[in-house]
Design a protein around this ligand. Structure first.
Ligand SMILES: [Zn+2]
Ligand SMILES: [Zn+2]
Length: 657
């Protein structure tokens, strides 16, 4: 018997008699880690705990590292092993089922693994709990995951005897001379798989099957139609429960569903995918967003411009959009020998306004803002509600300034971002500074010196503001470094919004100039900035953040007047009219329904205030006020309510406190 020297990471080592399994070696090195481990890495290679160590190379100790719970690698092993458990349960319940593939999913927010199957009869969602129950039964029996290495011919024989043509196809394509197969001992399941897996089914405790979908073998519609069973798995039941809750919460907030239920917007296939219709209730929210933005732009001495939606093709060649961005642009259209293209960005148009006259250093900075609608040729498979569309409006601005002014301009942009997002209820803004980095495969414009100077100024601005930021190497635009920002929503999801970008490129390409104090022409610096990015997308984020229950200043209907009896209908109308004249958006519900039904309806529409009126309120000139989340908040005079509501709107309050 030979000896083998094993070492835990860079830590403890031991001399053991070989051969020895990884599990036994780990036990000698670290009892705790051995108990917890799901698999291990031996000299960097992932293996099962049952893997046998036979000797060491070059006299170096064999390095062992446990794959532990609460790591991404651990999750991969856990979910992948759970997919095997799922296949075992399906085979157990439905003998004759043919198996496809069953990978772990780590980046998918909805699922943690799947297995593709063709069962003897089509499965239905009613089968899922039954299959899940069988998975639990198998897990409890603490069956071993056992690996075997066999000749390719033998593997093909095993799987063809089991009538698994798809597995045979995979082995034919992928396997070398020796084939790694896995059993769950005591179950009917064998898989062609490289592993690693957990040592036994007892390690799988927190899993859930989630849904059933159609799938094609290898995604090919010509090949057999399969069914994909989706599930997820976590290390503990607590984690699984928390994840299920978050998933339900995300579904409850889905902007596509709420957009329909609250009649905010639609997308209509017969007009074209990815094109947004803002309905009256969504339209008024957009109007409020834009009005607010104009107010803020005015305070910050921006000017407002409007520009066309298409331009001559040559313009997009001068700007470089056609060369660098052509795939995202709609194809050219021709009129009287001139080709035009729809705009994917607003920048060249604002340059046109800058260039329309000679500028002096005294005219700078020029700050042009526009709600600029742009069009992008996104593929239909990538479209998603308001989040990814083909036509959207950017709250765009371009700042033209002298090199001395640019730092202050960018600093003001950062202030602007923080102030605006706070008004919409986003206190946490995360900044990312994207810089050139060392990779040279990108065609960066501008000299190293220019980049270094611009990057240090942007970093300086972020540090001055004391905001949280991350520096990202190699993610700068080809024309200059940029600051991107993200917000965290009510359920902790991060959303990428707008950007502040320093541009070395367009002022050169368009030969922009200003006359300096020295009476000579100079190149201005151009800054691109957008706060929301896309108004459509930001609206989608707002809908999900507030789950459709918007703050009063944004709510499409701010109050609904609900008479208890027809006798007070006239009073209800006069209350509504008085509030409208005070600038509030108010509806009445005069239908002959029970007051409870009217309140429920208003509640479903997420209307912030309900004014309930009976004989007494009419006699006293009062309103009984219900607030959307707090319920009854008491009776007050109409003047008092009006004052309260107007104050909440004026201050753009987030809650109706
Ligand atoms: Zn596997
Ligand atoms: Zn721009």
């Amino acid at each position: 018997m030979s000896e083998i020297n094993v070492q835990l990471n860079e830590g403890a080592s031991a001399q053991l008699a070989a051969p020895v399994t990884v599990a036994e070696a780990l036990k000698k090195l670290d009892r705790d880690a051995a108990k917890q481990a799901l698999a291990a890495r031996v000299n960097g290679r992932e293996v099962d705990l049952g893997y046998t160590l036979t000797g060491q190379e070059n006299g170096e100790p064999v390095k062992i590292e446990p794959v532990l719970p609460q790591t991404l690698e651990g999750l991969d092993v856990l979910r992948h092993s759970t997919a095997h458990l799922l296949a075992a349960a399906v085979l157990d319940l439905f003998p004759g089922t043919k198996l496809g593939i069953g990978p772990a999913l780590l980046d998918d927010p909805r699922y943690g693994f799947f297995y593709d199957v063709i069962a003897p009869r089509p499965l239905t969602v009613e089968d899922l709990p039954v299959i899940e129950k069988r998975m639990r039964d198998i897990a409890k029996r603490n069956l071993a995951y056992r690996r075997d290495e066999i000749q390719k011919a033998d593997a093909l024989k095993i799987f063809s005897e089991r009538d698994e043509p798809l597995k045979c196809e995979l082995i034919d394509e992928k396997a070398g001379e020796r084939v790694s197969v896995y059993y769950i001992d005591g179950s009917p399941f064998i898989d062609f798989c490289l592993g690693p897996h957990v040592p036994n089914t007892n390690k799988l405790r927190a899993f859930k099957l989630l849904s059933l979908a159609g799938a094609y073998w290898k995604g090919d519609a010509e090949r057999p139609q399969m069914q994909r069973i989706y599930g997820t798995a976590f290390f503990t039941q607590e984690e699984l429960d928390a994840w299920i809750k978050r998933r339900e919460e995300a579904e409850r907030r889905d902007h596509r569903r709420l957009g329909r239920e609250l009649d905010l917007f639609s997308i209509q296939e017969q007009y074209g995918a990815g094109l947004i219709f803002w309905h009256p209730k969504g339209g008024i929210i957009r109007k409020m967003m834009e009005d607010y933005l104009y107010e803020e732009l005015n305070k910050r001495a921006y000017s407002f411009v409007y520009t066309p939606h298409i331009a001559r093709r040559e313009l997009w060649q001068i700007s470089g959009h056609e060369q660098n961005y052509g795939d995202s642009m709609f194809a050219p259209t021709k009129l009287e020998e001139t080709e035009f293209r729809l705009k994917p960005m607003n920048c060249p148009f604002h340059i046109g306004i800058y260039k329309s006259q000679q500028r002096s250093y005294r005219d700078l900075p020029q700050r042009y803002a526009e709600m600029g609608t742009v069009y992008r040729a996104e593929l239909s498979g990538t479209l998603h509600g308001l989040m990814r569309v083909r036509g959207f409006t950017v709250d765009d601005a371009h700042l033209f300034c002298t090199p001395d002014q640019v730092r202050k301009e960018i600093s003001d942009c950062v202030d602007f971002v923080v102030a605006v997002l706070k008004t919409f209820g986003f206190e946490k803004v995360k900044f990312e500074l994207s810089v050139k980095g060392n990779e040279t495969n990108k065609n960066y414009l501008g000299t190293d010196e220019e980049w270094a100077k611009a990057e240090s100024q942007l970093a300086g601005v972020l540090e001055e503001h004391g905001v949280e930021y991350e520096r990202i190497e190699g993610e700068g635009a080809f024309y200059g470094p940029k600051i991107d920002f993200k917000i965290e929503d009510a359920i902790g999801r991060l959303w990428q919004l707008g950007t502040v970008q320093w541009d070395f490129n367009l002022p050169e390409r368009f030969e922009l100039e200003y006359i300096g104090e020295d009476n000579r022409p100079h190149r201005p610096v151009m800054v691109h900035r957008a706060l929301f990015g896309s108004i459509e997308r930001f609206f989608g984020v707002l809908i999900e953040h507030y789950a459709g229950a918007f703050p009063l200043w944004l709510a499409p209907v701010q109050a609904v007047v609900l008479p208890i009896t027809d006798r007070v209908n006239d009073y209800a109308e006069s209350v509504a009219q008085e509030l409208r004249e005070a600038g509030l958006r108010v509806e009445t519900n005069l239908r002959s329904e029970k007051i409870g039904a009217k309140i429920r309806d208003a509640q479903l529409q997420k209307i912030p205030f309900m004014l309930v009126l009976g004989d007494r309120e009419m006699e006293e000139g009062k309103v009984a006020v219900r607030e959307r989340t707090k319920g009854d908040i008491g009776t007050m005079t109409l003047a008092e309510f009006k004052e309260k509501a107007r104050e909440l709107v004026r201050t753009r309050a987030i809650t109706n406190q």
